[in-house]
Design a protein around this ligand. Structure first.
Ligand SMILES: Nc1ncnc2c1ncn2[C@@H]1O[C@H](COP(=O)(O)OP(=O)(O)OP(=O)(O)O)[C@@H](O)[C@H]1O
Ligand SMILES: [Mg+2]
Length: 344
C-alpha cells in the first residue's frame, strides 16, 4: 500500500517544474494504517504559493489510491537559512552569473549567449559556460569543436580560451555524436562540477547557456550560485511566447532576477529590396515585456550572417565591429548595475 501511495505521489510535479516531488526528495515518510495514509513532507522555500499548492495536491494524489480513505499530511517548511544562502555559492570568484534560457528550443539561446559573451568580453573578463548538456552547441559556435580539455595540478578543468573568453562545454569532454542519458541527479552533479571544478579565475561575468525549458539544469543552477540576471530568449510567434511565460514564472518562483527578454528572429530585412517581413509574426517580445513588466533588451532580426557565423565558429560579434549584441550587452550591464546599486 505504501508503495502505491509513493507511486501516486510520483505523479505530482513540483509547481513550475517538469520534475516530480518524490525525485526532489520532498517526501520523507509514508505510513498507511486502516486506510489512513500519514505522509511526512519537507521543503525549503520562501514561496508560499508552492506550499499551498502542494498541501492540496499531495493529499489529492494519495487519495486517488484505491483503499486510501483519508490523509494526514505533516508538512514542514524551512526558509533557506543565511548559512545555506552563503554556502550555495559554488563559484565565489565570479562577480555576476547571467543565465540565458527560453521556454522553447531552437529560438537562439546559444547564438545570443555566444555573441553576447563576446560583446561583453570587449570590456570585461568573461566566461561562457555551456550548460546545455543534452545538446552542447557552443563549441561549434565559437570554433572550438574537438579541442581537448586539460586539467591543471589542482585537478581543475582549464577553460578553452577563444575570442577573449574562457569557454567550458561538456561538448569538449564527451565524444561527439554520443547520446548520453542524463538522469536528474547526474544533471545536478554535472552542472555543479562545471561551476566549482573549473579554473574560472576572477570573472566579471559568466554567461551560462541553458537547455530549453524549465527543468533540472535551471533548478540546479539557481540553487548552486547566485544568479545576477537571467535573460529570456523568445521568438515572436504564439507558441514560443506561451512557453516563454513559463520560463518567466519559473525564474520568479526561484527568486532569480530577470534582466529582460530578447526577441530573436524578430523580422527579416530583404538584402535585395530592403523590405521588412515579419516572418514569425511581430511584437511578441514587446507584449511579454509589457505583461510582466520586464525590459525588452533587444529585437534581433533574422540575419544570414548570424547563422553563417554560428555554423563557422565565427560569431558576428567577433567579426563585425558594430552589432546589435553590443547594444544588448550595454543594456544588460546597465540593468545589472541598477539592480546592484553600484558599478561593475
Ligand atoms: N537572428 C538569427 N538569424 C539567423 N539565424 C539565426 C538567428 N538566431 C539563431 N539562428 C540560427 O538558428 C539556429 C538555432 O539557434 P540556436 O542554436 O542559437 O538556438 P537555441 O535556442 O540555443 O537552440 P537549443 O534549444 O537547441 O539549444 C542556429 O542554426 C542559429 O545559427
Ligand atoms: Mg542552444
Amino acid at each position: 500500500m505504501k508503495e502505491k501511495v509513493l507511486n501516486a505521489l510520483k505523479s505530482v510535479l513540483y509547481p513550475g517544474f517538469s520534475r516530480d516531488i518524490v525525485s526532489f526528495g520532498i517526501i520523507k515518510k509514508i505510513e498507511v494504517r486502516s486506510g489512513i495514509a500519514s505522509i511526512d513532507a519537507e521543503i525549503t522555500t520562501e514561496n508560499n504559493q508552492i506550499v499551498e499548492t502542494l498541501k492540496k495536491s499531495i493529499p489529492a494524489a494519495a487519495k486517488s489510491v484505491n483503499g486510501i480513505i483519508d490523509v494526514n499530511l505533516n508538512f514542514t517548511v524551512h526558509s533557506p537559512s543565511k548559512e545555506e544562502e552563503e554556502n550555495k555559492n559554488l563559484a565565489p570568484n565570479i562577480k555576476h552569473i547571467i543565465a540565458t534560457t527560453s521556454g522553447k528550443g531552437g529560438v537562439g539561446k546559444s547564438t545570443v549567449s555566444s555573441n553576447l559573451a563576446i560583446a561583453l568580453a570587449k570590456k570585461f573578463n568573461v566566461g561562457l559556460l555551456d550548460a546545455d548538456i543534452y545538446g552542447p552547441n557552443i563549441p561549434t559556435m565559437v570554433g572550438i569543436e574537438g579541442h581537448p580539455v586539460s586539467v591543471n595540478q589542482e585537478k581543475k578543468i582549464v577553460p578553452i580560451e577563444v575570442y577573449n573568453l574562457k569557454v567550458v562545454s561538456i561538448g569538449n569532454m564527451v565524444p561527439k555524436d554520443k547520446a548520453i542519458i542524463w538522469r536528474g541527479s547526474l544533471i545536478h552533479r554535472a552542472i555543479q562540477q562545471l561551476l566549482s571544478d573549473v579554473e574560472w579565475g576572477e570573472l566579471d561575468f559568466l554567461i551560462v547557456d541553458l537547455p530549453p525549458g524549465t527543468g533540472d539544469a535551471q533548478l540546479t543552477l539557481a540553487q548552486s550560485v547566485p544568479i545576477s540576471a537571467s535573460i529570456i530568449v523568445t521568438t515572436p510567434q504564439e507558441v514560443a511566447m506561451s512557453d516563454a511565460i513559463k520560463a518567466v514564472d519559473m525564474f520568479r518562483s526561484l527568486k532569480v532576477p530577470i534582466a529582460g527578454v530578447i526577441e530573436n528572429m524578430s523580422y527579416f530585412l530583404c538584402p535585395h529590396c530592403g523590405k521588412r517581413s515579419d516572418i514569425f509574426s511581430s511584437g511578441g517580445g514587446k507584449n511579454l515585456s509589457k505583461h510582466f513588466d520586464i525590459p525588452l533588451l533587444g529585437e534581433i532580426p533574422i540575419n544570414l550572417a548570424i547563422r553563417e557565423g554560428a555554423d563557422a565558429g565565427k560569431p558576428i560579434a567577433a567579426t563585425s565591429k558594430d552589432t546589435i549584441f553590443n547594444q544588448i550587452a550595454d543594456k544588460l550591464v546597465e540593468a545589472i548595475e541598477e539592480n546592484n546599486g553600484n558599478d561593475i
